[in-house]
Design a protein around this ligand. Structure first.
Ligand SMILES: [Ca+2]
Ligand SMILES: [Ca+2]
Ligand SMILES: [Ca+2]
Length: 82
């Protein structure tokens, strides 16, 4: 994992995970949906696609229209809190 870390822009810096899911039922969270600006709407999505507990894909929805505006590999500099 020597690829440079890409970072995403978020609406705010007060992350609250609105949703955590274990979609492959292995006991680890692999989908996170978070609100970073406190308006109660999801604007950050993260996915662990290989089940190691670390985020592989991060998407931000800066205008909260449900369509991601930025997609990067890795946690985008905003790793989920345990
Ligand atoms: Ca899982
Ligand atoms: Ca929000
Ligand atoms: Ca992973």
């Amino acid at each position: 994992m020597s690829e440079p870390q890409e970072t995403v822009d978020t609406r705010g810096d007060e992350r609250v995970d609105l949703l955590k899911m274990d979609t492959n039922k292995d006991g680890r969270t692999d989908l996170w949906a978070a609100d970073t600006d406190g308006d109660g709407k999801t604007d950050l999505y993260q996915f662990d696609t290989d089940g190691d507990g670390k985020v592989n894909v991060t998407m931000t929805d800066l205008d909260e229209d449900g369509t991601p505006d930025q997609v990067v590999d890795g946690d985008g500099g905003v790793p989920p809190t345990a």
